[in-house]
Design a protein around this ligand. Structure first.
Ligand SMILES: Cc1nc2c(=O)[nH]c(=O)nc-2n(C[C@H](O)[C@H](O)[C@H](O)CO)c1C
Length: 161
């Protein structure tokens, strides 16, 4: 049975891990979910790598909420680099789901955004693992996770493959 890892943080102000788990369970069956929680975003890379190498996860969803201060942004950037490194070291996708606290105008919108982004990236992870052709069909369509999709722009060729 395929295994999907979910790792989230206690720093986050919304339970994005449980949201991602709920969305995955709506998507289908035939996989096992393995959950871990770490203090903050910089702790996500090693937790994700351990989920892949020690728990046999085929894909991992890593969720975190960088705060609004410059030091938080720096931490988030460092965490991102760690997540990319962990992906390259393990040859396995780790879907980074970061919701920056200052992306939303108030707490209500932040909760809505965290929920939507966690769900839409859980769908991406499911499709990457089980239905890659679904993503292939969505190539170049301006998808966004959380806020509205921006849609495609017209090109010279008008080709769609
Ligand atoms: C400054 C800071 N900002 C954030 C943040 O915005 N979001 C977050 O999830 N974690 C933050 N942390 C904590 C670090 O990611 C990490 O948990 C600690 O440095 C312990 O390794 C720190 C230290």
């Amino acid at each position: 049975m395929r295994r999907i890892g979910i790792v989230d943080t206690t720093f986050a102000r919304y339970d994005m891990g449980s949201t991602a788990e709920d969305e995955l369970r709506k998507m289908g069956t035939g996989f096992k979910i393995i959950r871990r929680t770490v203090p903050g975003v910089k702790d996500l890379p090693v937790a994700a790598k351990k989920l892949i190498e020690e728990e046999g996860c085929d894909i991992v969803i890593a969720l975190g909420m960088p705060g609004p201060k410059p030091i938080d942004k720096q931490c988030a950037h460092e965490a991102s680099q760690g997540l990319i490194m962990a992906q390259l070291l393990t040859n396995t996708h780790i879907i980074e789901v970061f919701v920056h606290e200052d992306e939303a105008k108030d707490e209500k919108e932040l909760a809505w955004l965290a929920d939507r982004r966690a769900r839409e990236h859980a769908q991406n992870a499911y499709w990457l693992l089980f239905k890659p052709e679904k993503l292939r069909k969505m190539a170049g369509t301006g998808q966004r996770q959380g806020f509205e999709d921006v849609g495609p722009i017209e090109g010279k060729s008008g080709m769609r493959h």
